[in-house]
Design a protein around this ligand. Structure first.
Ligand code: SAH
Ligand code: SF4
Ligand code: F3S
Length: 483
């Protein structure tokens, strides 16, 4: 997680600050919680506000506008927002006392879920807006600043948590400067209604952007320096966008095939996927499209048939094993990552052991695991047999230990091998560079001259659970690189 009020996605905004130049006075601070979709949305909010003279800064303290782009997925994430708001209130009052103003906006999934309630708990908030209405930020700012004296006086916060009929994408400006790896949102929302999950309520019904729009945005990103595009969606492999020409719809496999035609686009990834939506076209894309990276985040959640049914995941552990096998048949070096929930209501020791068994069988390259968190309004929150918190913590520790071992084993196999690394960040020292292998491993090297934006062959020398180091053995000319 990001430290409070320091920007955690510096590399994604590095270009934006310089682009705005010094003549623009208004300071915008955005803190992003939660998933990659929120990271994408935060960048797009900055794009929407740039014409109003806002440029991103890395500290909240003195900002003219602060946006908290929030996550509602687990209780901890949601509560964090309120503690952060408490601290921001002091900044806001200080700014007011020195004759300035700090607009405070709460965006994202907590905003969508709690709406007006946020203004009751934190009356000093100016704007509450959901994930589908941020293209209206200029109008919301105008309404909020018209409504009275900033911060003091009667409550004047404005709330917009609509699900507009017209998708926000139709109103958003071109994305700003891109780094070597860029997110591109192609699908949003979810119709799956897993019994533990808030996403169908906070993000709304499933929606896919038309192929034409996705291609347009992708070409723009590549022109501005992207070498890798990560296609985003809450359920990205359920993508079914309006076809490029004629009638009908394209699935994700076909979309990826078309994206692979873009000159200069070296790598394609997509996240997050549902095991039930892996179709033949997508397996074929993994077989046929070399730019499609051999790493897939495909959350299984549990290894128990009974728990998966209670979660309404619509597949069993053996269905998942079959999907994994098909992926490895399509591409032998395919690596999988997953999410797990432990302590789902009614989870017995046996159910949990089924999960451990699945982890052992699949051998995930990475995995995130969480204690079940009862979310208001979801069916699982009302289920009778809730698991004791201590038991959840013990199972989580056990699972995480196994995952760590498997992850370490996976990375260790690369020592002595050569891997192509896309370098997308500077290290702490001037000759240090960081990037990602095809399998999403973080790789660090020391090298003279800029590697930013280059894909270089690296011989792996050391590997731990979370990263690898190596030595550059071949640096091609960096294409479209701009540090
Ligand atoms: N669309 C993805 C998941 C999105 S939410 C999928 O279907 O797999 C990201 C992760 O948060 C989930 O994979 C799940 O592991 C976790 N999560 C979601 N709701 C949760 C809850 N109520 N308690 C604990 N973890 C949860
Ligand atoms: Fe949530 Fe994913 Fe299930 Fe949709 S598919 S309800 S986003 S866990
Ligand atoms: Fe969180 Fe919303 Fe993403 S609840 S995980 S920010 S879709």
């Amino acid at each position: 997680m990001n430290p409070p009020f320091r920007h955690g996605h510096r590399r994604r905004i590095a270009g934006r600050n310089t682009r705005q130049g010094a003549q623009l006075a208004k300071k915008l601070f955005i803190k992003t919680y939660g998933c990659q979709m929120n990271v994408y949305d935060s960048a797009r909010m900055a794009d929407v506000l740039a014409p109003l003279g806002y440029a991103q800064v890395e500290e909240a303290k003195d900002a003219d506008m602060v946006i908290l782009n929030t996550c509602h997925i687990r209780e901890k994430a949601a509560e964090k927002v309120y503690s952060d708001l408490g601290r921001l209130r002091a900044f806001k009052e200080h700014k007011l006392n020195s004759g300035g103003e700090m607009l405070l906006a709460v965006a994202g999934c907590v905003a969508q879920a709690e709406g007006e309630e946020i203004l009751h708990r934190a009356p000093f908030v100016d704007i509450v807006l959901g994930p589908q209405t941020y293209h209206r930020l200029p109008e919301l700012i105008a309404r909020a600043t018209r409504a009275g004296d900033p911060g003091t006086g009667p409550r004047r916060g404005v709330v917009d948590t609509d699900f507009p009929a017209e998708p926000k994408f139709d109103f958003l400006p071109e994305p700003g400067l891109s780094g070597p790896s860029a997110f591109l949102s192609v699908q949003e929302g979810c119709d799956k209604f897993c019994t533990f999950c808030v996403v169908p309520y906070t993000r709304g019904a499933e929606y896919s952007r038309p192929v034409r729009d996705v291609l347009g945005e992708a070409k723009g990103l590549v022109l501005r320096g992207a070498r890798e595009i990560v296609l985003l969606g809450q359920n990205v492999n359920a993508y079914h966008g309006e076809a490029l020409s004629g009638s009908g719809e394209w699935g994700l496999g076909r979309l990826i095939g078309e994206l692979a035609e873009i000159d200069g686009l070296a790598r394609i990834r997509y996240t997050t996927s549902h095991p039930g939506d892996m179709d033949d076209d997508l397996f074929a894309a993994h077989r046929d499209v070399p730019q499609l990276m051999p790493f897939l985040h495909l959350p299984v959640q549990s290894g128990s048939a009974r728990i998966l049914a209670a979660m309404n995941r619509r597949y069993g552990p053996d269905d998942y094993r079959r999907v994994a096998e098909k992926l490895r048949t399509a591409r032998a070096d395919m690596a999988l990552a997953s999410d797990f929930i432990v302590g789902f209501p009614g989870e017995s020791r046996n159910d949990f052991e089924d999960t451990l068994k699945l982890v052992d069988d699949i051998g995930f390259a990475q995995a995130y695991s969480f204690k079940f968190s009862a979310r208001p309004g979801t069916p699982a929150a009302a289920m009778e047999v809730q698991i004791d918190e201590d038991e959840k913590a013990a199972r989580l520790a056990e699972l995480q230990e196994l995952i760590a071992r498997r992850q370490t084993l996976f990375n260790a196999k690369f020592v002595g091998l050569r891997v192509p690394v896309l370098f997308d960040r500077r290290g702490r020292k001037s000759d240090q560079w960081g990037g990602r292998s095809p399998h999403m491993q973080a790789v660090h090297v020391e090298a003279e001259g800029s590697l930013f934006g280059a894909i270089a062959e690296v011989e792996v020398q050391t590997a731990t659970m979370s990263s690898m180091t190596g030595r550059v053995v071949d640096v091609p000319q960096p294409e479209g690189a701009a540090a």
